[in-house]
Design a protein around this ligand. Structure first.
Ligand code: ZN
Length: 412
């Protein structure tokens, strides 16, 4: 960590001002060892390998420390566990999901299209990176909180493409092989970037109220024990005109969420939390957290490759259990977006279905509608997002030469 970041952080116990302790040791990049002290209550927080642990040392944090160990040894299906440490570093520069894990799932299910899965992950990450680049273009030195980053792969991309930004990467996992420690071991030097790394419980605020220009939460919300509380905390830390940008998997309204969670219990039995949400839950939680403008679109809107196999007309309801203003908005095509997120159907287990989420407390996000509903604008954004390149096929050697027909390949 670098001492300047303490200007925007606060004590997670009392929200007081923080300062460096007397025992700091630095390398050429940052403070690598030492403590941070709260001026108000005197609580101290440790710095280890440049990573600041800034959270309450309570029973919930100890529970999360157990979960962090589970993320290192990822369950890949019933009775199959892979160590992330066994995988090549190359892969984790760009995308977060271990390929052997997906191989194991493919073996069980026989339907999993690995490459398609990575393309979707890369595509939504690139799209949202482009969105953030645009929404933060006018901010002088925008402060971005990147939630649940695992290795820091999204934070690396943010810093590269928004070089005037300051990024705080958060996770519960600080391990060197596949956690926040990976960033320093691999990403900083290789990509010429730096971002702050903070270990903390997402349900506890450690950023000053109103300090953040943006929160990016890439496929992380469904892992939180109390997503509503986490969103409340993040909303408080955001400026009134700050933006929340996210992508989350959803289930359709014909799925019993509780049964769905039981069916994936090999994750939960292993200690990793996996929640299931309807698109209506996301609207409801964001609205409860104080976001006045919330926009949610299915990922098929930007990526025809994940167009579902069909829609179940019985689930296209006349009314959805969500804040009335979204149902009443009356914008052209809006009802059809809701119907698509309510009733999509995959005949085989191919890829998870994602939704793209944009929210702000005070800022009008009407521009988002254009991105999805104006065909020319939409196509332009897809083209633009191709400049963010990901290495999407872990089963083939890396190359800087893009392969014909695949739009996300190679390194920047
Ligand atoms: Zn304090």
């Amino acid at each position: 960590m670098r001492p300047e970041i303490l200007d925007v952080l606060c004590c997670p116990e009392c929200y007081g001002e923080l300062e460096m302790g007397p025992d700091a040791r630095s390398d050429a990049l940052e403070v690598v060892d030492g403590t941070v002290v709260c001026r108000a209550c005197g609580e101290t927080y440790g710095i280890d390998r440049g990573i600041l642990t800034l959270t309450r040392d309570d029973a919930e944090w100890r529970e999360l420390q157990r979960e962090a160990k589970s993320w290192r040894e990822v369950p890949c299906g019933p009775d199959v566990t892979r160590s992330l440490g066994d995988l090549p570093d190359d892969f984790f520069d760009d995308l977060p999901v271990p390929p052997t894990c997906l191989d194991a799932i493919a073996g069980k299910e026989g339907e999993f299209d690995l490459r398609r899965y990575y393309e979707v992950e890369g595509h939504v990450a690139a799209w949202n990176l482009d969105v953030l680049t645009e929404l933060l273009a006018d901010a002088e030195a925008p402060l971005v909180f990147d939630a649940g980053v695992q290795t820091g792969w999204t934070s690396r991309l943010l810093v590269q493409h928004l070089p005037h930004s300051r990024v705080i990467a958060n996770d519960i996992n600080g391990f060197d092989d596949r956690g926040l420690g990976f960033a320093k071991r691999r990403l900083f030097a290789r990509h010429g970037v730096y971002f702050e790394r903070v270990l903390n419980d997402i349900h506890v605020r450690n950023v000053k109220a109103g300090a953040l220009d943006a929160v990016q939460a890439c496929m992380t919300l469904h892992h939180y024990a109390y997503p509503q509380r986490a969103l409340d905390v993040l909303a408080t830390a955001l400026r009134p005109d700050g933006v929340f940008v996210s992508v989350e998997p959803i289930v359709h309204l014909g799925v019993d969420k509780h049964v769905n969670e039981i069916e994936t219990e090999y994750w939960t039995a292993h200690g990793i939390r996996e929640g299931s949400f309807y698109f209506t839950d996301l609207y409801q939680m964001l609205t409860n957290a104080g976001f006045g403008d919330v926009r949610i679109y299915p990922v098929a809107a930007i990526d025809p490759a994940v167009e579902p196999d069909g829609y179940d007309a019985r689930l296209q309801l006349p009314f959805y259990p969500m804040p009335r203003k979204y149902v009443d908005r009356g914008e052209r095509g809006h009802k059809s977006w809701f119907d698509r997120m309510a009733s999509f159907r995959f005949d085989a287990f191919s890829v998870p279905y994602y939704v793209l989420i944009y929210a702000s407390k005070d800022r009008d996000l009407d521009v988002v509608r254009e991105w999805f509903e104006d065909e020319e604008v939409r196509r332009g954004r897809v083209e633009r997002s191709k400049r963010y390149t990901f290495y999407v096929d872990p089963l083939r050697p890396r190359t800087d030469e893009p392969e014909p027909g695949s739009w996300l390949l190679g390194l920047p």
